[in-house]
Every structure is written in structure tokens, then in C-alpha cells.
Design a protein around this ligand. Structure first.
Ligand SMILES: Cc1cc2nc3c(=O)[nH]c(=O)nc-3n(C[C@H](O)[C@H](O)[C@H](O)COP(=O)(O)OP(=O)(O)OC[C@H]3O[C@@H](n4cnc5c(N)ncnc54)[C@H](O)[C@@H]3O)c2cc1C
Length: 414
């Protein structure tokens, strides 16, 4: 009986994980990874600032899935098969120790993404998985129970199983070869970007970060709490990046022109802050408002708020005019900004959209439309926020696809 063959399209995290885990279960399976560029695992290399943020510490699947604006329910099922703890164990068993940082992000103890790459390449060599570089897959077709994989240079290759792990595409047209298989696509749009606020004086405070704010998109349900960073272009930081991810599709529709409101003191709303001001006026009565910033906000930001409220910096708390106080309270609780445009967050850019999840079986990563066709990684319509969530999705889906192919190619079950 001739050997079964698996073709994995894409030499990234998901493709490598699929190939290696399939080979582990069925060493007699012939496996080839096809990569269109001259580089393997290029995103792993640059990820996490060259340190590779492999995954994110998380004890429960219910908490984990809240970090995926798209694919939450699909991944809930998938994580039951291969979760964060499995990723840590998988790498540890192959000599890559991981460490968890204070914010939950997990990196190799070496602080080098090369450690992860070396491990994956070692495994590929161990199982004699072949790699073909500089070959772009242009067409997939099924004939007589066999896949034909056609390359841009008119060559082709036959296989029993195909796993598409070609990452996210930013333009709909790039999905054409997959649409021809009968699969449908959720239109790709950027996720994880920062908000440009041209002309706003707050940009003079670039470099200042605030530990905890609430940012809302006015007129929508979208709201996020967390650190905020003022940049040369506008606003960034975890709260903004999360908001951009969860509202990616809606903001794309608005052509990135929308209003946000920032609550700089999330522990207060306008009513409770008014009460706080009453107390402050008594407690700090004789102190100059500029010198006595009672909310532990960065001093330059406090001065900016006083200027925006037309408050004389030399005034004492007791003499703060009622009108100016109202303006200051409003600014502290609901300061509005007009966003016009976005800046790509190059540190960890992902595309939202891809193969529709209702066409993929989350237990196997197999297409529900064509048998022996599998998907793994960012090509699917699932994506996470920053912090290692996107790689976890790549490891999980790659592992499940590889596992399924390893089992069915052995003839155990189908
Ligand atoms: C700069 C940057 C930093 C990041 N940092 C992190 C991080 O620290 N933590 C985290 O969790 N996520 C991070 N991400 C996101 C993460 O890298 C991706 O979600 C992840 O790499 C997706 O893995 P993948 O294997 O699905 O796709 P990819 O890594 O994109 O791999 C797909 C491969 O397929 C190839 N390919 C595409 N089309 C074809 C074709 N037709 N034929 C043949 N080959 C093809 C591509 O060239 C590519 O090599 C980062 C992303 C970027 C851009």
C-alpha cells in the first residue's frame, strides 16, 4: 500500500504545528510544508519584539475566550482539546522552557523567538517532514479522491490530505483560490490599531501613559477599560487596541471616522465625582489647584485638564468657580475626541475575517464542505487581542488538524 501524503500550505506557526503533530501520530505519513516565501516562521521570529509571546497565562477556557473578538464559541470547543497548559507542556517536553510575566504574557525563558523556531525546525527534521520554499499555491482541486495542489509556476503535486495554514490575507481577492472550493469568506478587515486624533492638543502630551481609563465608542456598545498611552498620532495602549479589535468591523464600516469618550477616572461617574469635588473643596480649600492634583494623574495631564477647563492655575480649591468645576468634571468623566484614521499596530498586527467558522468542524478542523481539507491558524475567521492569544489559536488549531489527520491517515477512525 502506498504511503498517504499530507500537504500543509504555509510555513508559519499553525502549519508547523499541524505537520509535526500529524507526523507524531503517523510516522509513515508523507508530509510536505509548502511556503510561498523564502522564509519560514517569519512572524514567530519578529513576534513579541523578537521574544515571541508564545501564549497567555489562563486557568479557565471561559476566561480565555473573552480575549477573542471573533471565534469565541468555536475556540471554546477547540481549547478543550489543546489549551495553554498543553502548549507549555508541549514546548517543555522538547526543551523549551516558558516563563509567565506579571501581565500574563508567556515567553521563552531565553527571551528569544529563535528558541521556538529552533525547536519547531528540530521536530520537522526529526520526522523527515519536507519543506518546499518559494512555492505559492494558486489552486486546489479534488479529483478521484485525490487533491491536486497547483503552484504559481504551473507545477503541481498530489496529496491525500491538505491543511490550509496560510495565515491572514488582507484583501478579499487573495481568498479567491479558497472560495473556488465552495468555502465562504468573512471579509478581511484590520484589527489591533491605534486611533488618530489629528489636530487635538492632547498629542502634545505624547509619551504619557495612564494606568486605568474607560474608552467608549460614542453611540455604540463598545467600551474597554485599561491602560491608555498618548502618542504622536493620538491614543494607543491596551484599552484602545482592545477596542479596535472588538469593534474592528464596525469601525471599518465608518471608514475610521468616529467619536470616542474617555473616562479618565473610571472609579467615578459625573454624579459621584461631583460629590467628591464638594469634599475636595473643603479638604484642600487653601491649596492651589495646580499643586494639588488629588487623583494621582500625571501632573502634565492634570495641567492640560485645567487649561481645557479654562481654570486659572493659581486659583485655590476653595475659589474654583462652579462653571469651571462643571467643565472639569465633564472632561474628567466624558472627554470626547474625534477619531479620524488609524495607525497599524505593527508590534502584533492581525487580520479579522477569513474562512467562515460555521464551515469548519471545531473538533477536527476539517472542512464541513469537502472531506480531507483542513484549516489551521489565522486563515480562519478567529482572532485575538494582543498578548499571545493569536499564537495560542495557531497552536490549538494546528494541533487539532494534525492530530485528526494523524489518526485518520492511520486508518483508525474517520
Ligand atoms: C509583527 C507581528 C508580531 C506578532 N506578535 C505576536 C505575538 O507576540 N503573540 C501572538 O500571539 N501573536 C502575534 N502576532 C500574530 C501572529 O504572528 C499570527 O496570528 C500567527 O503568526 C498566525 O500564524 P499562521 O501560521 O496562521 O500564519 P502565518 O504566521 O502568517 O504563516 C502563514 C504562512 O503561509 C504562507 N503563505 C500564504 N499564502 C500562501 C500560499 N498561497 N502558498 C504557500 N504559502 C503561503 C505565508 O508566507 C506565511 O509564511 C504577531 C503578528 C505580527 C505581524
Amino acid at each position: 500500500m502506498s504511503k498517504k501524503k499530507l500537504i500543509v500550505i504555509g510555513g508559519g506557526a499553525a502549519g508547523f504545528f499541524c505537520a509535526i503533530n500529524a507526523a507524531m501520530l503517523n510516522p509513515s505519513l508523507q508530509i510536505i510544508i509548502i511556503e510561498k516565501t523564502s522564509k519560514l516562521l517569519s512572524k514567530v521570529k519578529v513576534s513579541g519584539g523578537g521574544r515571541c509571546n508564545v501564549t497567555h497565562s489562563c486557568d479557565s477556557i471561559a476566561t480565555m475566550i473573552k480575549n477573542y473578538p471573533r471565534g469565541e464559541n468555536f475556540l471554546k470547543k477547540a481549547f478543550h482539546q489543546f489549551f495553554v497548559s498543553d502548549t507549555i507542556k508541549w514546548f517543555a517536553q522538547r526543551g523549551v522552557q516558558l516563563k509567565t510575566e506579571a501581565d500574563g504574557r508567556i515567553f521563552p525563558v531565553t527571551n528569544s523567538s529563535q528558541t521556538v523556531i529552533d525547536c519547531l525546525v528540530r521536530e520537522v527534521n526529526k520526522y523527515s517532514i519536507r519543506i518546499l520554499m518559494n512555492k505559492e499555491v494558486k489552486k486546489l482541486s479534488m479529483m478521484n479522491d485525490e487533491w491536486s495542489i497547483d503552484f504559481a509556476n504551473d507545477e503541481n503535486i498530489l496529496a491525500d490530505y491538505v491543511c490550509v495554514a496560510c495565515g491572514g490575507y488582507s484583501k478579499s481577492i487573495q481568498f479567491e483560490w479558497l472560495k473556488k472550493l465552495g468555502h465562504s469568506i468573512e471579509e478581511p478587515v484590520p484589527s489591533l490599531f491605534t486611533f488618530n486624533i489629528p489636530g487635538d492638543p492632547i498629542k502634545a502630551l505624547m509619551g504619557i501613559s495612564i494606568e486605568n481609563v474607560i474608552v467608549k465608542i460614542v453611540g455604540t456598545k463598545f467600551s474597554q477599560q485599561g491602560p491608555l498611552l498618548i502618542t504622536h498620532w493620538g491614543l494607543s495602549g491596551p484599552a484602545v487596541l482592545k477596542l479596535s479589535a472588538f469593534a474592528a468591523r464596525e469601525l471599518h464600516k465608518e471608514d475610521y471616522k468616529f467619536s470616542i469618550s474617555v473616562n479618565w477616572l473610571p472609579q467615578y461617574d459625573e454624579q459621584t465625582l461631583r460629590e467628591k469635588f464638594l469634599r475636595l473643596r473643603n479638604e484642600l480649600a487653601s491649596q492651589k489647584i495646580i499643586n494639588r492634583n488629588p487623583f494621582f494623574l500625571p501632573q502634565r495631564l492634570w495641567e492640560y485638564f485645567l487649561q481645557r477647563s479654562a481654570i486659572n492655575e493659581n486659583i485655590r480649591w476653595a475659589d474654583l468657580p462652579a462653571k469651571q468645576q462643571s467643565i472639569l468634571i465633564k472632561i474628567l468623566c466624558v472627554q470626547e475626541f474625534q477619531v479620524k484614521g488609524k495607525t497599524t499596530f505593527k508590534e502584533e498586527f492581525v487580520t479579522a475575517g477569513g474562512i467562515k467558522l460555521n464551515e469548519i468542524d471545531s473538533n477536527t478542523m476539517q472542512s464541513k464542505i469537502i472531506p480531507h481539507l483542513f484549516f489551521a491558524g489565522e486563515i480562519m475567521d478567529a482572532d485575538g487581542i494582543t498578548g499571545g492569544f493569536n499564537f495560542q489559536h495557531a497552536w490549538t488549531s494546528g494541533w487539532i488538524a494534525g492530530n485528526t489527520i494523524g489518526i485518520i491517515s492511520n486508518g483508525s477512525t474517520e
